[in-house]
Design a protein around this ligand. Structure first.
Ligand code: MN
Length: 208
């Protein structure tokens, strides 16, 4: 999230079919190469004539929307949000055989939510409650406590000074080709390909 204008779409660290059968290759390809790419292109177009902000990182843009010229506040919020959320979502996916829910972070989540399965159920319930398009998030608040929340469209937790740990995209484009309208089935499959090691890195970074 430290990149600056012009933003570029980085390749995924695995093949598009690497998450099969949980998330299909066609969905991954379209999601990365078209959906994310469109947000990147629109963000670059929005900022093109505003060189004052070409040195701002994605995070700086999203945390300081109110400092931007009014005319670009909404397109930056939507498109920088779309870039941030997708990069965050993709960077917390990993092939199933490398997804290991264990370690200090998983223990801490289990302690906070009673059990790790309770946490999964609470995140699933939150993700199912998103009406229309959006994301469910696991974050740390300013006191370092876990919290689950949902945000609509391409809103991000950054303006609320929350530290994102994990997110799941529940826009229909994230699952419709394979799971059709069955968001529950998608969420069960998504849990099979979560990059818990990356979530743990986020967790440790917060406390450093
Ligand atoms: Mn998406």
């Amino acid at each position: 999230m430290n990149s600056t204008y012009p933003f570029r779409n980085q390749p995924l660290p695995f093949d598009f079919d690497a998450l099969e059968p949980f998330i299909d290759a066609k969905t991954m390809r379209l999601h990365h190469n078209r959906h994310l790419q469109t947000y990147i292109d629109q963000l670059n177009t929005t900022l093109k004539d505003y060189p004052d902000y070409h040195s701002w990182t994605l995070t700086q843009l999203l945390q300081n929307i109110a400092s931007l010229p009014v005319s670009i506040q909404q397109p930056v919020q939507r498109n920088a949000g779309g870039v941030f959320n997708h990069v965050f979502y993709f960077s917390h996916l990993i092939p199933n055989e490398l997804s290991h829910p264990k370690g200090p972070l998983v223990d801490a989540i289990g302690k906070f939510y009673g059990t790790f399965d309770n946490f999964k159920q609470e995140l699933t319930t939150a993700a199912l409650s998103v009406f229309g398009s959006g994301y469910a998030w696991l974050v740390l608040n300013a006191r370092g406590e876990f919290a689950i929340l949902t945000l609509p469209n391409q809103d991000t937790p950054l303006p609320q000074n929350l530290c994102p740990l994990l997110t799941v995209d529940v826009w229909e484009h994230a699952y419709y080709l394979k799971h059709y309208n069955n968001r529950t089935a998608y969420l069960n499959d998504w849990f099979q390909v979560v990059n818990w090691q990356q979530v743990q890195k986020n967790y440790h970074t917060f406390f450093l």
